[in-house]
Design a protein. Structure first.
Length: 121
């Protein structure tokens, strides 16, 4: 099968994929994380992994895909930088006693997400 991120994957969609209630909880947790981590103007500051520079991106559109990674899930959103360039942002969420929490944020490193997915395949 072709994986939703565009590469072959051993993961087959099964009945263990998230229920509508879990999908809603994941999306709500991600939205709350973005709101809580953003500044008053809605800017989400992050460190560019290539340059080490602090950058700001602004929420754009959310993708409909929720991709399992073991017991965790990747959710993706498009963000825009100050020039309007699209940044692909992948949030890794994990269920904890406190609810669904964002445990990693990967910005413009889809190759890394693909490697993570392949590692659990």
């Amino acid at each position: 099968m072709i994986h939703p991120l565009g590469s072959p994957s051993a993961h087959a969609w099964t009945d263990t994929d998230p229920t509508p209630q879990i999908k809603l909880a994941l999306q709500s947790a991600m939205a709350a994380f973005i709101d809580n981590a953003s500044d008053a103007d809605g800017g989400f500051r992050y460190i560019d992994r290539a340059s080490g520079a602090v950058r700001t991106a602004y929420p754009g559109s959310m993708h409909p895909k929720i991709i399992p990674l073991g017991h965790d899930y990747f959710l993706c959103i498009e963000m825009l930088d100050a020039t309007g360039a699209v940044k692909l942002v992948d949030f890794l969420l994990r269920q904890t006693a406190a609810g669904w929490l964002v445990v990693d944020v990967i910005i413009d490193r889809r190759d890394l997400v693909k490697k993570a997915l392949a590692s659990v395949g």
